[in-house]
Ligand binder design. Structure first.
Ligand code: DGT
Ligand code: CA
Ligand code: CA
Ligand code: ZN
Length: 572
């Protein structure tokens, strides 16, 4: 159903007309038509085919022609024309909260403001307060809106979104009349960063739910509020949308708003091939127009003869074909994880003792952990001297003798030096149960050099795992310049595992590279890289990445039981 698309185009057209300070009646006419089509129960395309567009309230001859043009060609010429006449910065100004087209048109006319930068300058120079209906407060609000806009255009890491979602859900779950509530969108797909948070709910008291949502203590600004929809900005400048839907459509709505967009487009085509039109409201049979409603998402996929696709892989990268053929992977689950092979302790810069780490590991149900402290060349953080590492190996061996139920492995996170050599001798590395190698120094070297360093570490027979292989820090530091394909090829050739570092700011290998690695037979190790016991629970973020990378239990080193792991570690 194209109703949403059509109404969005009409809304945009009305905004553009208003920006151009066009006739007020024309602007209002487009808004009215957009609203009608937004709430239209029938498929607008169907109505158009029947020649009944002008029966829709607010749709006259001129607007009907534009709708028809859009449905036929996917464009509206009048829209393109007016867009090309509008300075680009003006439409950008519309994205500022509190900035309507009327105000923007006025600022354009009186102060020749055509961009956010212009507006910021005018507000700072106090030129806006002299305009009609404006004052010092308007200038302050404008500057605040600009600041928010700039922050919002950056995506937030999943771990920042998570406590917000938890709080929203736990507050709203207490309300009377609430049915289902869940977060959809990229959040549900567990993407490493999310643009905004999309909450979907059913309720017998929509009005109460909307007002409770808008009044949550964490809300800093309400951007929009209607009978079944609201958008707010909460702490950390995160946008949260709430949509209340009919219970009978909850399955299709959840499917739609989980996305991704690419997944949805492909799924709609599958539906068409099978003689249905799929929308967020229903699955409609094309032959007799019968509408089928699904309260549960599983039913939507089942109705199309597909297996239920885990949200994490809904990116149109082959999952739809696999679900049609009933050959979806059985994705790794957090419960499959049997241990953690990269944890730091008080032997170096970690904050928890081996004993605390072990107790936490037991609580998490692990069979083994590897204590991997830094090596000396990392400098500041107090890496272990070769002597201290030997001492640590002896102490851990003694601990293991007396402990039941969990095995502590002696390890190291050995630094790959600028020249590609490792920071400990081969003899000492050979004494460690687990050797994780990683690169911390000279990260600015050229692609060829970085790639060579990683490959020489991979080729060292003592190295088991390459940790955080790209070095990126989400939102802060780009990956090293390196040839990942060549590195993975070397890892496959040498039987070296690659890490999915579960630290929520790292998460590398990322989902795509993890899937490539799996494809060429590389084992992945999902590690917390915790520097204190409490951070060992970050494992689940790594599992999210693994699932997005289509990994199964058999692809993951630390999903092996202890005996199998020990065999793997002595593989060469
Ligand atoms: P984000 O917020 O940028 O991290 O990404 P999403 O995937 O959460 O995207 P968002 O919030 O814009 O929309 C939520 C879902 O709604 C999206 O995953 C799929 C669906 N959706 C939104 N716009 C469209 C559209 O134009 N066509 C289709 N087929 N689906 C859409
Ligand atoms: Ca979203
Ligand atoms: Ca959204
Ligand atoms: Zn580490």
């Amino acid at each position: 159903m194209k109703n949403r698309e059509v109404s969005q185009h009409l809304y945009q057209l009305s905004e553009l007309l208003e920006l151009q300070a066009e006739n007020k009646y024309k602007v209002v006419a487009y808004q009215k038509a957009a609203r009608s089509i937004e709430s239209l129960k029938e498929d607008v395309e169907h109505v158009c085919r029947e020649g009944l567009l002008q029966d829709i309230p607010g749709v006259g001859k001129a607007i009907a022609e534009k709708i028809e043009e859009y449905l036929r060609t996917g464009r509206i010429k009048a829209f393109d024309d007016i867009l090309s006449r509008t300075p680009k910065g003006l439409t950008e100004l519309l994205q500022l909260s509190g900035m309507g087209p009327k105000t923007i048109a006025m600022l354009h006319e009186k102060l020749n403001i055509t961009s956010i930068d212009d507006l910021e300058k005018a507000a700072k120079e106090h030129r806006i307060r002299r305009l009609p209906r404006m004052g010092p407060t308007s200038e302050k609000n404008i500057l605040k809106a600009i600041e928010r806009h700039r922050m919002r255009s950056t995506r937030i890491p999943l771990y920042v979104a998570e406590p917000i979602v938890d709080e929203v859900l736990s507050r709203l779950k207490e309300l009377d009349g609430l049915g289902n509530i869940t977060a959809g969108g990229s959040y549900r797909r567990r993407k490493e960063t999310v643009g905004d948070i999309d909450i979907l709910a059913t309720s017998a008291n929509p009005a109460d739910l909307i007002s409770a949502f808008a009044r949550m203590p964490m809300v800093e600004e309400v951007l929009g509020k209607g009978p079944t929809k609201a958008t707010v900005i909460v702490r950390d400048n995160v946008q949260v949308d709430l949509r209340i839907v009919e219970p009978r459509s909850y399955g299709t709505v959840l499917q739609y708003f989980t996305g991704s967009k690419d997944h949805n487009v492909k799924l709609r085509n599958v539906a068409l091939d099978k003689g249905y039109s799929l929308s967020e409201y229903s699955l409609k049979r094309l032959d007799d127009g019968q509408e089928l409603f699904y309260p549960r998402e599983e039913e939507v996929y089942a109705a199309l003869d597909m297996d239920h696709i885990p949200p994490e892989i809904r990116e149109d990268t082959g999952e739809i074909e696999a679900a049609l053929d009933h050959r979806l992977p059985k994705l790794l689950d957090l419960k499959d994880i049997r241990g953690d092979l990269h944890i730091h302790s008080t032997w170096a810069d970690g904050r928890s003792s081996v004993d605390e780490l072990t107790r936490t590991a037991k609580r998490l149900g692990y069979e083994y952990i590897a204590i991997c402290d830094h090596s000396p060349s990392i400098g500041l953080t107090g890496g272990l001297s070769p002597e201290r590492l030997e001492q640590k190996i002896d102490v851990i061996a003694a601990i293991n003798d007396g402990r039941e139920g969990i095995t502590v492995l002696s390890g190291t996170e050995v630094d790959i030096r600028a020249d590609g050599t490792l920071d400990y001798s081969d003899d000492l590395l050979a004494r460690c149960d687990v050797v994780v190698a990683s690169l911390h120094m000279a990260q600015q070297q050229k692609e060829r050099i970085i790639t060579g360093r990683l490959i020489s570490a991979i080729e060292n027979r003592n190295v088991d795992i390459i940790a955080h292989p790209t070095g990126r820090i989400i939102g802060k530091r780009e990956p090293y310049e390196m040839d990942m394909a060549a590195v993975l090829e070397a890892a496959a050739r040498n039987g070296t595992a690659m890490e999915i570092n579960a630290h929520p700011n790292r998460l590398d290998l990322n989902d795509r590279w993890a899937r490539t690695a799996k494809g060429i037979g590389i084992k992945l190790s999902i590690d917390s890289d915790a520097h204190q016991a409490a951070h060992m629970t970050a494992m689940r973020y790594g599992v999210d990445v693994a699932r997005r990378g289509w990994l199964e239990k058999g692809d993951v080193l630390n999903a092996m039981g202890l005996q199998e792991l020990l065999r793997w570690l002595s593989r060469l």
